[in-house]
Design a protein around this ligand. Structure first.
Ligand code: DAK
Length: 258
């Protein structure tokens, strides 16, 4: 891989987008490598992923403007689909993904962070959807996920004005969950990931599915989605061990993902 680094530490995988010359901007090659990396994650061993960017300045500075500049309408739509397919794969991956946003998260960078389950950022992070200033719409899910995350009023303001926001404002509007000094971002992400990884994997996976799928449904349908995923946890080794440990006043020995 030229642009994606993937490392596994214990049960936590760290994906780093590594294209420093372009501040980690997403071109077709980066998207293809990210897609292949997600396909290769060992879901039996890895229980949480962290997505970050290389360097100390940028998470992802957007889709690659040079590559997009000469696209036809049909090619633009195809490029949007390529990004959307990878981002959707990330969003629906059976394990949680934490975006550790270490700098610029503009356009496609903001969008990829929103495809992750949880966003935390460094204090130098900058978020924004600058696309209308470039003559295009957000094309990797920004019009959809930003409105769902921060509400339509704030999303429309950010998208129509193309104004970037800093980490403190991102925190205030709920786009990120926490802000850290840059040096503390990855340790914090790893600590959170390890905390997730020690919980029962089938239950965590079903929670992700229930939240994601429930948000797309009306409440009557959403509670049925939850019921089924709740029921699915029973008779598993991990459910029996988790409850036995409580009843026997001891610590869980290990969740075995079965
Ligand atoms: N694409 C390509 N190269 C980029 C880039 C980008 N998005 N962002 C930065 N770079 C490159 C710069 O061109 C520069 O390259 P060299 O000139 O050194 O060769 C290098 O990275 C360093 O950048 P700067 O010299 O500009 O660094 P500064 O610190 O001065 O500024 C910056 C940092 C992040 C403020 C600035 O680079 C910047 O404004 N970058 C562009 C940010 C941006 O507008 N991002 C949004 C891109 S639009 C769609 C699909 C997808 C999308 C839309 C539609 N469909 C097909 C429907 C998504 C769109 C976007 O993401």
């Amino acid at each position: 891989m030229e642009f994606i680094k993937y490392e596994v530490e214990g049960a936590v995988g760290v994906i780093t987008i590594d294209r420093p010359k372009a501040l980690n901007a997403l071109n077709s090659a980066v998207l293809a490598e990210l897609d292949a990396t997600l396909d290769a994650v060992d879901l039996a061993a890895v229980r949480c992923l962290i997505l970050t960017g290389s360097g100390e300045k940028s998470f992802v500075a957007g889709a690659d403007i040079g590559e997009m500049s000469t696209l036809t309408k049909a090619e633009g739509e195809a490029f949007g689909k390529k990004g959307n397919d990878v981002f959707r794969k990330l969003e629906t991956l059976p394990i949680p993904v934490i975006a550790a946003v270490n700098g610029f998260a503009l356009g496609g960078g903001c969008e990829i962070s929103m495809s992750c389950d949880i966003r935390i950022c460094s204090d130098n992070a900058v978020f924004g959807q600058p696309e209308v200033g470039l003559g295009i719409t957000p094309g990797f899910g920004g019009t959809q996920r930003l409105a769902r995350l921060v509400g339509p009023g704030m999303a429309k303001q950010m998208i129509y004005t193309a104004r970037n926001i800093k980490a403190d404002e991102a925190l205030r509007i709920g786009l990120v969950n926490a802000v850290y000094p840059l040096a503390e971002l990855m340790p914090a992400a790893k600590k959170m990931a390890a905390g997730i990884a020690k919980n029962a994997p089938i239950a965590v996976r079903n929670c992700k599915k229930a939240i994601n799928e429930g948000l797309e449904a009306g409440m009557d349908e959403a509670v049925v989605i939850e019921e089924k995923l709740f029921g699915d946890c029973f008779e598993s080794y991990d459910q029996k061990e988790g409850m036995a440990a409580f009843l026997e006043k001891r610590k869980v020995e290990a969740f075995l993902n079965k």
